[in-house]
Design a protein around this ligand. Structure first.
Ligand SMILES: *Cc1c(COP(=O)(O)O)cnc(C)c1O
Length: 354
């Protein structure tokens, strides 16, 4: 009998698993999670609500109701619809499945969110990454040339971008959208912390979709992403969605959170305030460069990212060493904004690790 592993795709066997760092007992500032938990009163209220959910049934009309609540919360343009995913990660896969015609290409600036490339690769689409400039702006001529050459089915623009935390220039975005022969997906995972959104410009272009998630908002553990687009397009893409992709528990948690938006708005404001404090504190350190951020993270260049990462880890603070992700990120670490107390511990650990 041959080795059962030989049945698997060679490219899958050659892949590395997505590494989730062990954060037990550490200040966890590596994954852009919201550091705030629900108050005990809200925990009890949510617990009661979840306990009453019919777990014996497949997800039902309640998920449709969540779709309506999210649509109202977002404020969809007329004629636009919304698809729910088990996180944006699933939406990225659904888009790849739906657009996977022979030779289809996904294009995005790099460094960027790794799931665009991974979704493309796993579903058999080509991926083209177009390097940003040294200061992490869109390289508009390079983007336009790559679009002309590769005729991508999907262009992803994370707005703000991960891991660079910045927004793109408005004129550059419009040029890219106008040049794109396929779909353009604006990924607003960090919208709660951003000074801008593409939402009010969305209806200008029938081939532009907007993706959001409740992960960075404060429900990373729940897994709920959504895609907004012209109804005709959304109806087609929705056909490839597994029928019960959003669990009743995810759905009920999301409805609960959307009924307590004020709690999450206060948290987002606190994170933005902390971002300014942390950015200023890091920015005055010699040999340290901090880039502007519209997200709940800061990209920071240090003299030796390995040394800083290891030093901070030894002091109980976990950040992300992104320096090997892309040559443009040489000696960069990505630091998620935590609570005031966590940020103080982070700054103390950082100062003694550069
Ligand atoms: C974190 C992140 C997401 C969120 O993915 P989920 O699957 O919804 O948790 C999407 N896009 C970008 C750019 C991100 O950084």
């Amino acid at each position: 009998m041959r080795n059962p592993l030989d049945t698997l795709r060679p490219d899958v066997r050659a892949m590395h698993s997505y590494v989730v760092q062990d954060a037990t007992g550490m200040v966890k500032l590596d994954a852009m999670e919201n550091p705030h938990r629900l108050s005990p009163a809200l925990q009890a209220e949510l617990g009661e609500r979840l306990g009453a959910v019919a777990l014996n049934r497949y997800p039902d009309g309640r998920v449709d109701y969540l779709r309506q609540v999210l649509a109202a919360h977002t404020g969809l343009p007329a004629g636009y619809g919304l698809i729910l995913g088990n996180g944006s990660d699933e939406i990225i896969n659904l888009l790849a499945i739906a657009c996977n015609r022979p030779g289809a290409t996904v294009l995005a600036p790099v460094p960027g969110f790794v799931m665009y490339a991974m979704g493309a690769q796993l579903l058999g689409l080509n991926f083209v990454g177009v390097p940003l400039t040294a200061d992490f702006e869109l390289d508009t001529p390079a983007m336009l040339a790559a679009i002309a050459q590769h005729q991508p089915a999907i262009v992803y623009l994370a707005y703000p971008n991960n891991p660079t935390a910045n927004l793109w220039d408005d004129a550059a975005i419009e040029q890219i959208i106008e040049a794109a022969p396929g779909l353009v997906v604006i990924d607003e995972a960090y919208q709660p912390f951003s000074s801008k959104s593409y939402l009010d410009r969305l209806a200008r272009h029938p081939h532009v979709l907007l993706m959001r998630t409740l992960s960075k908002f404060g429900l990373a553990g729940v897994r709920l992403g959504y895609l907004i687009g012209p109804q005709a397009l959304v109806t087609e893409i929705d056909k490839v969605r597994p029928p019960y992709n959003v669990s009743v528990l995810n759905c009920e948690c999301a409805l609960f959170a959307l009924a307590h938006l004020e709690v999450f708005a206060v948290q987002a404001q606190e994170i933005r305030t902390q971002r300014a404090i942390v950015s200023a504190a890091l920015g005055v350190l010699p040999g340290v460069k901090v880039w502007p951020s519209d997200a709940n993270m800061l990209l920071v260049r240090v003299p030796d990212a390995g040394k800083t990462f290891d030093g901070m880890k030894a002091k109980g603070v976990l950040v992300k060493n992104v320096s090997k992700m892309h040559p443009l990120l040489a000696n960069c670490v990505r630091i998620t904004i935590g609570t005031a107390e966590e940020n103080e511990r982070m700054l103390a650990a950082f100062q003694t690790s550069i």
